[in-house]
Design a protein around this ligand. Sequence first.
Ligand SMILES: Cc1cc2nc3c(=O)[nH]c(=O)nc-3n(C[C@H](O)[C@H](O)[C@H](O)COP(=O)(O)OP(=O)(O)OC[C@H]3O[C@@H](n4cnc5c(N)ncnc54)[C@H](O)[C@@H]3O)c2cc1C
Length: 430
Amino acid sequence: MSRAIVWFRRDLRVQDHPALANALRDYEEVIPLFVFDEPLLRSQVFGAGCVRFMLDCLAELQRSLAGSGLSLRWRHGDPLEDVPKLARDMRADAVLWNRDYDPVAVERDHLVMRALAKQGVAVRTFKDHMVFEPDEIRTADGGGFQRYGAYRAKWWAKWRAAAPESATLSPSRQSAVPSKEIKPLPSASDLGYQTIVPAIPGGERQALARLRLFLDGPIHRYGIGRNRPAQDETSVLSPHFRFGTLSPRSAVRQALRTLSDRDSQRNGASRSDVVTWIDELVWRDFFHQVLANHPHVAGEPFRAAAVAPRRPDGPEARWLFQAWREGRTGYPLVDAGMRQLNQTGWMHNRVRMVAASFLAKDLRLDWRWGERYFMNRLLDADLAVNNGNWQWCASTGTDAMPGYRIFNPALQGKKFDPAGEYVAEAARTA
Ligand SMILES: Cc1cc2nc3c(=O)[nH]c(=O)nc-3n(C[C@H](O)[C@H](O)[C@H](O)COP(=O)(O)OP(=O)(O)OC[C@H]3O[C@@H](n4cnc5c(N)ncnc54)[C@H](O)[C@@H]3O)c2cc1C
């Protein structure tokens, strides 16, 4: 009997899941696996909210797989040992996974691949996390893009020429796994984290419901709506894209479909707003290819020469950083944003830009302090996207504009939160 392991990582769903779909099509027995990466968890790079969100996503994944007769196995250890060991124990013919582009993950996957090859186990990997992978969009001389505008033009041309297909799941061949045979997942505290109930619920069903809600209305006024932090006018799907409870390809396809839908035309569908929203997913792909092509950005500025003079590290800098973290700078929009982050694990994009610019350009602190803090607090904490945005705000990134891109927190508040509703809401829930 042919047998394959599907190693789930940042793709915690069953729909449009290339590794799972291929395994179910090509092998008689399929064993889903998730490894709680102990070295990564111990590093505490991610916070308790993010870990709990992931656990909720996994709990739903486990139930969905069980409904199709697949029992999710999980390990708490080191993937470098656990994946080859399970393949050996189960006498698997192949291990399939969806690719991850973060430099540490690339290195890990390479080592796992080598260990499996030594055991004679085949490895098959698939594109999943991005719409277009770093290798798919190249400059004329074969390099990666540094300018978003040029990257975007190529991205859309590629989408028009050959939009990526969805992976169709074969119908289940097995009866559901009885619930008493499902091994309960570890709790946050088993993993060394505090139990926090995230403000945004995890799981594939939540992601699809949220997408439907957004596509039914807010996407068609996104150009204006996205700049109103007091309103619920953005998709709030970022934690789902981060953990792969939603496929970005299918989100783009469904967004474009709202334009051909007769009902939505009647209701004032707006192509420019839909394109503006999809452009945010293009930014996401863009920052992933920046990190993949220039791994040094994780930890260093893209351009060392672009770093503006900084306040020296010392008691004053530490005190200012603490005030920023706790939302006590005295600038209402910055403080409201930091409170939203601390309380919910999410912050509106407009306010993220203002808070980041304030730390780097007004307080003149090292942007990496802010980057690390965001990673530890955000439910959508994503190295490539967080780093890319921080470097963009600090003007140290690929398209640095040191003299520009300074967000005046008072003017930003007047313009985007004119009635002070966002600030008032943050104060009320503090
Ligand atoms: C300093 C800073 C740090 C950030 N850190 C992160 C992070 O760790 N993880 C993260 O997912 N986003 C990050 N962002 C980007 C952005 O703020 C969030 O993706 C967005 O606020 C999520 O809300 P939404 O899902 O409603 O987005 P929408 O406005 O509905 O956009 C749709 C999707 O596009 C992507 N997206 C949106 N804005 C951006 C952007 N500026 N860059 C790249 N992709 C984008 C997200 O996946 C988002 O879910 C950061 C932005 C800043 C300024």
